[in-house]
Ligand binder design. Structure first.
Ligand code: IPE
Ligand code: IPE
Ligand code: MG
Length: 250
C-alpha cells in the first residue's frame, strides 16, 4: 500500500505515505464523458465508471494519510447539461450516499458537502445532510464533495453572509479581511488546498476553489478520470513532494 517505483528501476521504491504530502488535496474529476464516447457508450456510462474511481481514490487517500480531500463532482454550470445526463448523475450520487449510510457505519472518513445543496432533489439533499451528521464525530480524513459548487457562487454567498452581519450591526466594515472571507466560505476552518490535480488534460480551473487555490500547486494529467489509478496519484504526489513553494517569498 502506497509503495511505488518512481522509474522503471525496480530497485528504487518509495513509500508514498513518508513523502511530504499535501495536507489538503483537490481533484477535478474530469473526463467521464470522453471515456464513454471512446467506447461508443452514452456519457452516463462514463459517470458510472467515474464513480468507481471516486470510491477507490478516496479510500486510497485516506489510507496514505491525506487529511483533507476535496473532489469536484458537480459544478454550478453542470446543470446546463442534457436532462438525461443530469438525472443519471443524481441517481449515481444517491446510490453512493445510500451506500455510505448503510455500509460505512464504522468508517473514519468525515463527509462534507461544498456548495448549495438546497438545489438538489429533496431525497438527495436529505441523504447529504444525514451523511454529514452521521460522520461529523469521526476523526479521519475530511472528504469534501464539491456538488453544485462554483468558486464564484461561493464568494457571492460569503459576501451576502458578511453583508447581512454588517446590516445587523454585528460587524463593522473595517473588520472585513481575508480571514473573515475565508471563514465564510464552504471550506471554513479548513486549510487551503496545497495541490490540485486535473485529469483529462484540460488546463483550466473550471470555477474550482477560486479563493482557496491562490497558492495551490497544479498538476494536469492526460488520463481520463475513469482510468485514473493510485499509480497516477502516486506519480503526482511524488512530483508535489519535490515542488518548491515560495508563497511570494524567495
Ligand atoms: C466529469 O466528467 C464529471 C462531471 C462534470 C459531472 P465530464 O462529464 O465533464 O467528462 P468530459 O469532460 O465531458 O469528458
Ligand atoms: C469541471 O468539469 C466540473 C467537474 C469535474 C465536476 P467540466 O467538464 O464541467 O468543466 P469544463 O466545462 O470542461 O470547463
Ligand atoms: Mg468535463
Amino acid at each position: 500500500m502506497g509503495i511505488f517505483s518512481n522509474n522503471n528501476n525496480s530497485e528504487e521504491y518509495i513509500d508514498i505515505s513518508k513523502l511530504n504530502l499535501p495536507t489538503h488535496l483537490g481533484i477535478i474529476m474530469d473526463g467521464n464523458g470522453r471515456w464513454a464516447k471512446r467506447r461508443g457508450m452514452p456519457r452516463s456510462f462514463g459517470h458510472k465508471a467515474g464513480g468507481q474511481t471516486f470510491r477507490k481514490i478516496s479510500r486510497y487517500c485516506s489510507d496514505i494519510g491525506i487529511k483533507y480531500l476535496t473532489l469536484y463532482a458537480f459544478s454550478t454550470e453542470n446543470w446546463s447539461r442534457p436532462k438525461e445526463e443530469v438525472d443519471m448523475l443524481m441517481k449515481y450520487f444517491k446510490d453512493y450516499l445510500t451506500e455510505a449510510l448503510r455500509d460505512f457505519r464504522n468508517d473514519t472518513i468525515v463527509l462534507k458537502f461544498l456548495g448549495d445543496i438546497s438545489a438538489f432533489p429533496k431525497e438527495l439533499a436529505d441523504l447529504m445532510k444525514e451523511n454529514e451528521e452521521l460522520s461529523s464525530q469521526r476523526d479521519g480524513m475530511v472528504l469534501n464533495l464539491a456538488m453544485n459548487y462554483g468558486g464564484r457562487a461561493e464568494i457571492v454567498n460569503a459576501v451576502k453572509k458578511i453583508s447581512q452581519q454588517i446590516l445587523d450591526g454585528k460587524l463593522s466594515v473595517d473588520s472585513i479581511n481575508e480571514k473573515l472571507i475565508s471563514d465564510n466560505l464552504y471550506t471554513a476552518n479548513q486549510p487551503d488546498p496545497d495541490f490540485i490535480i486535473r485529469p483529462s488534460g484540460e488546463y483550466r480551473t473550471s470555477n474550482f476553489l477560486l479563493w482557496q487555490s491562490a497558492y495551490a500547486e497544479y498538476y494536469i494529467d492526460d488520463v481520463l478520470w475513469p482510468d485514473y489509478t493510485q499509480e497516477h496519484l502516486n506519480r503526482a504526489l511524488f512530483e508535489y513532494s519535490k515542488r518548491n513553494r515560495r508563497f511570494g517569498g524567495v
